[in-house]
Design a protein. Structure first.
Length: 90
């Protein structure tokens, strides 16, 4: 094989290697993009569940506060007893 043929063969192998590297890079980027999208979707779902949990806790807490206040209205002194507070008069 002459020098020109060897050079052409080497250039072909370099071009093929570059093409494989580019294809691999594209595949890796596509895979990473898909992973990123999945992670973003998972995070969004987690945030929605968290917000729903917080809303439920707030509603439950408000119901408990309302219950305590309603009980206190029916029993004078119940609110200070329930909170552990003592009322001292002068």
């Amino acid at each position: 094989m002459g020098h020109q043929a060897e050079l052409a063969d080497a250039q072909q192998r370099v071009a093929a290697a570059n093409a494989r590297a580019a294809a691999h890079d594209e595949a890796v980027r596509a895979g990473l993009g898909a992973e990123l999208l999945a992670a973003q979707q998972t995070l969004a779902e987690m945030e929605e569940r968290h917000e729903a949990t917080i809303a439920r806790l707030r509603a439950d807490t408000q119901l408990e506060v309302d219950r305590i206040l309603a009980a206190a209205r029916h029993q004078p002194g119940a609110l200070s007893q329930a909170s552990g507070a003592e009322v001292h008069h002068g």
